[in-house]
Design a protein around this ligand. Sequence first.
Ligand code: HEM
Ligand code: HEM
Length: 293
Amino acid sequence: MHESILVYRRRRYLWAALGLAALSLLAYALHRTPEPPNGGTWLGYTLGTIGALLIVWLTVFGIRKRRYHSAAGKVEGWLSAHVYLGTALLVVASLHAGFQFGWNVHTLAYGLMCATIFSGFYGVYAYLHYPRLVSRNRGNLTLEQMLDNVATIDNQCLRIAKNAPDDIREVVTSAVNRTQVGGNTFQQLSGRDRSRVVLPSGDGSHRLRRNPDQERAIEWLAERLSRTSDGEVSATINELERLLASKKMMLKKVRADVRMQARLQFWLYLHIPLAVTLIAALLVHIVAVFLYW
Ligand code: HEM
Ligand code: HEM
């Protein structure tokens, strides 16, 4: 999905949505009733019915569009209509209710509708914003290739550290083993680096430290370098520092990729259940008004 869904066929669905909203507002303004406007007048029933039909249509087509995947044009048109007419619901449903909100199942349906729509806004923002950033961040690599690069660097580090003094080997091995990428949904969304490293402290004990961007390990190696006069050890440390620096760059790309992919997807895990719950609340609303009103 890209900008085309917003401008699809000269924004025909934007005009349709604006037309629907304008007609509803006009009818509402001209509507004369003895009581304050509400869902129970003829206009209230009309707008309520239009709103309910729109909600059913938005949901059904949402599910059906999965079958259209081969015909990209159709998906674009559907999505364009979905986005604009879905937004017009805010006007239609508010006028239907005559802005009479309270702590009841009717307002619950309204609240769920708003939540569905606002999660949709985020979805459109994400679809327009992230794909470009994802491909800029990836360059010509895939996520698998980036992870392969990290694994290759890790192997080089371990190979070099194998013949280094014990403390260096232990630090490098723990930095490799405790590097973390991904995690649960929240961790992916935040993109925080939860890598750790075990470092020797002055008293001979060892401490587990946070190692975001491999920086603690790099700092420790730099400090270790300042303490050595052995040329061979210095050369090993320099090489390890260089490798960790390139691992840091690659990991940053990996984390950015995972974070953006998660942001592209997570909102649908709100949008769809909200839409389904909305339909349930709407049914209760309609049954309730016919039974008790
Ligand atoms: C076939 C569709 C619908 C019918 C027949 C219908 C019917 C009604 C009726 C008769 C009322 C007046 C109830 C009263 O004043 O106590 C009402 C109020 C209301 N309706 Fe609907 N409605 C429909 C669709 C919707 C939709 C789609 C929404 C929003 C998601 C919605 C949200 C509300 C709200 C928030 C109120 C105000 C409740 C209050 O006064 O506290 N309705 N509806
Ligand atoms: C009450 C109104 C709405 C309902 C009931 C609804 C429902 C749905 C459903 C059921 C899907 C299908 C998801 C799937 O199977 O992949 C969907 C997709 C989508 N909705 Fe909505 N929606 C509503 C309003 C909106 C609004 C106002 C926007 C944006 C302004 C929006 C943006 C989207 C987008 C971008 C998708 C496509 C997701 C994809 O294909 O990956 N929706 N919606």
